[in-house]
Write a protein that binds this ligand. Sequence first.
Ligand SMILES: [Zn+2]
Length: 120
Amino acid sequence: MGVKYSSKINKIRTFALSLIFIGFFVMYGGIFFRTSPIVMTIFMILGLLFIIASTVVYFWIGMLSTKTVQVVCPSCNKVTKMLGRVDICMYCNEPLTLDPTLEGKEFDEKYNRKTRNKKS
Ligand SMILES: [Zn+2]
């Protein structure tokens, strides 16, 4: 499939990944409190919460990726996906904005047609 996500989603993915690392780090920290089972349990639960949080964030990414809009970047002419009204191109970091009046179902069709005409 090779599905690529927008820069915003990439940032959220990085955040979710860091949550997993924080979770494992906290759980690992619990080992140093082996002598007190209560503190160790708190660390383990805390670490587990971070990992659960990252799972939620990953699930959220899945929801968001269905809402991305495919557009052709006006700067590098590559097809990129954007999330929301404002995002940046994942190839050249060109800021992209959707005109609120063009936002909606017909938007990408119009845009693609326009770009195709430009190329031919
Ligand atoms: Zn671009």
